[in-house]
Design a protein around this ligand. Sequence first.
Ligand code: ADP
Ligand code: MG
Length: 696
Amino acid sequence: MPDAIESVIQAPGLASLRGVGPRLEERLARMGLITISDLLLHLPLRYQDRCRLAERGALLDSAEVLIRGRVCQAQPGVGRRRALVAVIECDGFLLTLRFFHYHPGLTARLTVGTHVQCFGQVRLSLSGFEMVHPEFECFDPADPPVLADHLTPVYPSVAGLHQAVIRRLVDQAIAWIGGKADDELPSALFGDPDWPGFVEAVKLLHHPPAGSRAEALLSDTHPARLRLACEELVAHQLACRRLRRRAAIWTAPAIRGGHALWDRFAEGLSFALTGAQQRVIEEIKDDLAKEQPMHRLVQGDVGSGKTVVAAAAVVHAVSSGYQVAIMAPTELLAEQHLRNFRHWLEPLGIEVGWLSGRVTAKQRTAVADVLADGSLPVLVGTHALFQEGLTFARLGLVVIDEQHRFGVQQRLSLLEKGRDCGTSPHLLIMTATPIPRTLMMTAYADLDCSVIDELPPGRKPVETVVLSVARRDEILARVRNACVGGRQVYWVCTLIEANELLQCQAAEDSAKELTAALPKLRVGLIHGRLKGDEKAAVMADFRAGEIDVLVATTVIEVGVDVPNASVMIIENAERLGLSQLHQLRGRIGRGDARGVCVLLYQPPLSEQGRERLAAMRETHDGFEIARRDLELRGPGELLGKRQAGYVRFKVADLVRDQGMIRHASRIAGEVEGHHEDRIPSLLGRWLGDALQYRAI
Ligand code: ADP
Ligand code: MG
């Protein structure tokens, strides 16, 4: 029997590149960048055009522009939060530069008469065109800076990892792959003569020549993207097929459940299960009773009640004496599960343990002990759960919620874990991704699929309102009224910047502003840079009703459930994709009160932005939203396509690339038949980083 993990050939690790020491290697790893292939497939989020200077008419059209001018006014601001303001005179217009945080030396450099080159996003403020915190350099007009000869890529990144560093490493990675074009899949397999080969596609997307249109490069239909996405789907198919073949070899514990506990669980619920929930629970029970490991995907729109279905499966497994591990993608969501599962299971005498990346060594050892001796039946946590090399005495079921990084390779590793005890656990995966069931089964050739196609009764669709930010008083009045009526509000901040720090600052600014404008209300703040326990404390206060308005970045996007929060305000909504808006809006309308979602936009609204917001007003169905999202996606215009933590693949996107899934499945068949020698490096390239879960 060939070993599926060993027969993957990976590109060299990033430590083999110049300038990568242990610290940088660790930072890159945090983004899932382990090998040179990972880096090559770490595609730009967007591009900056530093190849030409922007003219007046184009200032507001692009995300960011390059501008040169001469300082004609400079004044350090007054007051406690002193902003430094400089006005520069450009070719035919004035531009205000505004710095809230700056080094004192900056004042000395930005003096009247100095020539500066700035790069940043222009916005229209009361005082005219303005750039906040631009990148800038002073120059001698006799010797102006040279313009770039290719578009500058902007990569998804994390704190402490600068764009310049990623760019330098990508250059080296491209040089490496350039010398290795021989293990490509033959282009003829893909059947489209316009599609470039792998190497060519990667080069083009990282280094588009000057004059390339960024929108075209970012568009879902660019041939280079299509080629990569299709190859990824092929690799994924190949891995799924392997997995299915291997799963057939393993046995799982047949779990038949005990009726007493189950009855008490169902009676203890504060609501009746919907027909769809009951049906899916039965499908799961049937699977669990078999001696073959269940690999089941439960699909259900946001708010369809997937968690309680998972809980039912847990009760079932525990009542037969098996242990269960439950894994969520973020600490926020894992903690919420911990609370829910404790609430449901502890009255039945089932203890629920907790493990995340930040529990103390002592706590971890304690948990490891009770898992190993079998006395802890249920463990909830983040992926730390699988990285600890924990041993379970009788692991019968693993539940994975909204965990898009838990791909085929992790499923394989999980299966392999069974080697220790001779059986493999059953696996239940919950997802809100709206793909038709038949396609889902093609995409995940190794998974069975259940669909919760019914919402809990009495849900009233969220009323969705679209407002310009200019109507601030009206917005504040809505927030005030909701809170006076005992309801709670999410205020979601988003920014064009991929930079997490700026996102968090924007949220801090909004929180300050709201605190000042709504003195009678309690305003809380949550964002990605808070420590884990700070986040948990804020969420606990919000849940307890001690916070009226929770200002948040998109950290709350996935899974968060606070039924009393029924109003959501989303800033810059025109910049978000429909699916992301749908996920966000799914946080409200979960309780008795009718939910209200206010989508704020910065005028002027583009045609596409208008249509997107209108679509949000018109429909609440995840499938329909996904369909319109594809239709309306403004290329490159959207935020969070890749940051949102809602992407399972490196390049492909199951929703967007639905049409390609069957094609990829056929190609995978050809590759198995005629190009088997290419499979190990293909799997290494596309699924390699997943091997970090190997400790499972
Ligand atoms: P999702 O499918 O998005 O994960 P959740 O599991 O978080 O949804 O459930 C959303 C909300 O609906 C929760 O507050 C949950 O308690 C509630 N809920 C789930 N099932 C039902 C039901 N059958 N009747 C009423 N409320 C339900
Ligand atoms: Mg959920």
